[in-house]
Every structure is written in structure tokens, then in C-alpha cells.
Design a protein around this ligand. Structure first.
Ligand code: 13P
Ligand code: SF4
Length: 378
């Protein structure tokens, strides 16, 4: 059963997110679609639209490229001919595109309120304090490598670039963390403790060699001994969407579908990932389900738009359900509405770029170092 997301109420209040001119409110779906197609046609090769898998159907259908964070970062770094990259995703993704784009390109995000609560859990000054406090606790910071999930601000990425660190995504986290352990004896993995713990454990790091660094506590809330004993320091951040999934939901699914399989995004908790059959990025989830045997039944622990899309695409040969019966919505991904997309595209046709994402030069230089290191790791 589809979980309905675009309600009538939501359509009425669309301008309450990022304000839109009145003429972009209360458009019929058909008119909006026709005008988006027309604007895309007029802009032609000057425009490329990138869409993350969590985008709603009414938006993603207009994307020229869809993908997970890694695929979309590579698309931006490919520096194609297009002058405008319109990023249908969240703010850190558009920032990464601005860092990686060519000099002839500009990046726009249809709704500037489309942030990521996880990315907001790590601030530059908190990371600077962490580095200082680690040194005070007797940790050799020169042998400590900061690894940031791409779900972080450009300033955090720049810190990692400056301190010999790197960016990772959910697709390449294992490869990137292995690379980082060749550079230093200890990693600080931020902002997502769950991706860090799940990946570290997969790479053979025991849980007792990991500790959680709480940026709101003095010394991360850890003793000097706990800190020095850790091979992997996990920043206390999480995704509020993926941490909704639970082991009890897996038990309930298995009771109903004894032959069913569970696949979870690595932003889910350790317990959920351990209890699942498989875990991986959105791209991995899509590929795995598409290649799965006919007749198979899947519970998917990730954002509801992707789950609904897979459910439709793969029916009736395969059964796909959301692990959380109420569905897990990323409310910030959802902010990118077709109305906002149309406003940005028609602005470009008229010669105005709305919501351009511009990362300051110095931040760009160092965050690029961290992103380039990631893109070079295979
Ligand atoms: P993927 O890179 O797996 O698509 O995950 C992106 C993400 O976290 C958005 O939450
Ligand atoms: Fe951020 Fe979670 Fe939404 Fe991904 S699903 S954009 S990590 S809040």
C-alpha cells in the first residue's frame, strides 16, 4: 500500500517553506508539468538537473541524472557542458556540487530550507574544540584522521581537507575508512555515529575500541583512557529518519514473511543493521532489489519515497514494503516541490539565478582537497 505524502494540505501551504511568488502557488499539476518541460526545453543543454533518490516522484521525474550521494558528486565533478546545475536534493549535496563543479557552472537548490538535520549536528567550531581537547587528553592528533560523511557542511569538509582527512559516502565508507587507517592510527568519524559504527564493525573493529564523542560535553564526555583506547571515535550525530527503524519491526516482518529479506541503509542503528540481511547505500538497495529473484519479499529500511518507488517498479514480480509501517519521511528532502523547481527553471530562462549555492573560496579550496581524496579512492 502506498503511503500518501503529498496531501491537499501540503499543496496549500507550499509557499510557507521558502516563500514563492504568488504566481507559483496553486498551479494545477498539469500546468506545472507543462511549464517545467517547456523551461527545460528552452534551456536545453545549458541545464542539468540532478536528483537524489529520496526526492518525490513529481520532482525526480524531471531529473537528467538520479543517484546516491556518490553518484551525484561524481556527476557534478564530471564538469559537463551545462552552465546550470539544479540540484534536487538537500543543501550539503548542492554545496558539494558547487565545490566540484567546473568554472563555467553555477549550482542552484530549489528550496534553501532543504537542509539535513544530521549535517547540522557537526559545526566547525565543535570540531576545532574536539581537536584541541583530544590533544589535551594525550591523543596524537597528527596520527588522527578526520573522516566526514558527505552529509556535512562545506566547512567541516574543509577542516578534514586541512587535517589530512577525507570525505566518504554510504557507498564508499569502508574503502575510505580503510584508506584513512593507513594514514593514521585513529579515526574521528563524523557526523553519523551509526554509519561509522556499522562500517567500522564490518571492517573488524570491535565495539570496545570505539567511543562516542559528544560535542556538547567537555572532552567529548570521555575519559583520557577511553579516548586513547579508541581506534574509532564516533561523533554523536544521527539521522532522525533512519534511526526510527527498530529490531522489533524486523521481528514483526519476519514473523509475517519467514522467507522475506530485510535491507537497511547504514544510517540505521547497529542493532537494525545486524538484524538485517543486507545493508548499503540507496544505490545498493536499488540494485539489490532489481536483481533479486522473482517472488522475493523485501522490507526496506530507508526513506519512504524510494521505498514507494521500488514497490511500484518491482510489482508484481517482487513485494517491497517499508520496514516502518508508518513510513519514514525525510521532511527536508520533501521541501523541494515542483513549484520551487519551476520557479528556479523559469528564473534561469528569464536570466535570473534563484538560490545559487556559493561556497566561499577558502572553504572551497580545502573541502575540495577532502572530496578529491575521496573521489580518487576506488
Ligand atoms: P545515499 O548516499 O545512500 O543515497 O544516502 C544519502 C543520504 O544520506 C541521504 O540521507
Ligand atoms: Fe539528512 Fe537523514 Fe534526510 Fe538523509 S535522510 S538528508 S541524513 S535527515
Amino acid at each position: 500500500m502506498d503511503i500518501q505524502l503529498l496531501t491537499h494540505v501540503e499543496k496549500q501551504s507550499i509557499g510557507e517553506r521558502q516563500p514563492l511568488p504568488d504566481r507559483y502557488l496553486r498551479l494545477s499539476d498539469d500546468e506545472m508539468d507543462e511549464r517545467i518541460v517547456a523551461a527545460k526545453g528552452t534551456l536545453g543543454e545549458r541545464l542539468v538537473i540532478l536528483g537524489h533518490h529520496y526526492q518525490r516522484d513529481e520532482v525526480i521525474k524531471f531529473a537528467d541524472f538520479t543517484g546516491d550521494s556518490l553518484k551525484l558528486a561524481r556527476a557534478a565533478a564530471s564538469r559537463g557542458a551545462a552552465e546550470f546545475i539544479v540540484f534536487c536534493g538537500v543543501h550539503f549535496m548542492a554545496e558539494s556540487a558547487d565545490i566540484l563543479r567546473g568554472p563555467h557552472q553555477k549550482v542552484a537548490l530549489p528550496d534553501l530550507a532543504a537542509g539535513c538535520s544530521m549535517a547540522d549536528m557537526a559545526e566547525e567550531d565543535q570540531l576545532e574544540i574536539c581537536w584541541r581537547e583530544l590533544a589535551e587528553l594525550g591523543v596524537d592528533v597528527n596520527a588522527t584522521v578526520p573522516v566526514t560523511y558527505i552529509n556535512s557542511s562545506a566547512a567541516i569538509k574543509a577542516f578534514c581537507g586541512k587535517h589530512g582527512g577525507v570525505v566518504c559516502t554510504s557507498t564508499n565508507a569502508a574503502g575510505v575508512m580503510s584508506w584513512a587507517w593507513q594514514k593514521g592510527e585513529r579515526l574521528v568519524m563524523l557526523p553519523d555515529q551509526h554509519l561509522g559504527r556499522n562500517t567500522g564493525y564490518k571492517l573488524g573493529v570491535p565495539l570496545n575500541r570505539m567511543a562516542v564523542w559528544d560535542p556538547h560535553e567537555i572532552g567529548g564526555g570521555l575519559t583520557a583512557e577511553q579516548t586513547r583506547n579508541s581506534t574509532l571515535l564516533l561523533w554523536k550525530g544521527h539521522c532522525s529518519v533512519h534511526t526510527r527503524f527498530t529490531g522489533q519491526q524486523i521481528d514483526a516482518f519476519r514473523a509475517k514473511h519467514p522467507d522475506g529479506k530485510v535491507i537497511a541503509h547504514p544510517e540505521c542503528t547497529f542493532d537494525v543493521v545486524q538484524a538485517a540481511d543486507l545493508s548499503g547505500s540507496t544505490e545498493f538497495i536499488i540494485e539489490t532489489l532489481r536483481k533479486s529473484p522473482k517472488g522475493s519479499v523485501w522490507a526496506v529500511a530507508t526513506e519512504i519515497h524510494l521505498v514507494n518507488r521500488l514497490m511500484h517498479e518491482l510489482a508484481p514480480d517482487r513485494t517491497v514494503v517499508t520496514l516502518d509501517p508508518f513510513g519514514c519521511l525525510c521532511s527536508t528532502m520533501f521541501r523541494v516541490s515542483p513549484n520551487h523547481l519551476l520557479w528556479v527553471l523559469e528564473g534561469l530562462v528569464e536570466g535570473t539565478i534563484h538560490n545559487q549555492i556559493i561556497v566561499p573560496e577558502e572553504t572551497k579550496r580545502w573541502s575540495r582537497v577532502a572530496l578529491d581524496r575521496m573521489l580518487e579512492i576506488r
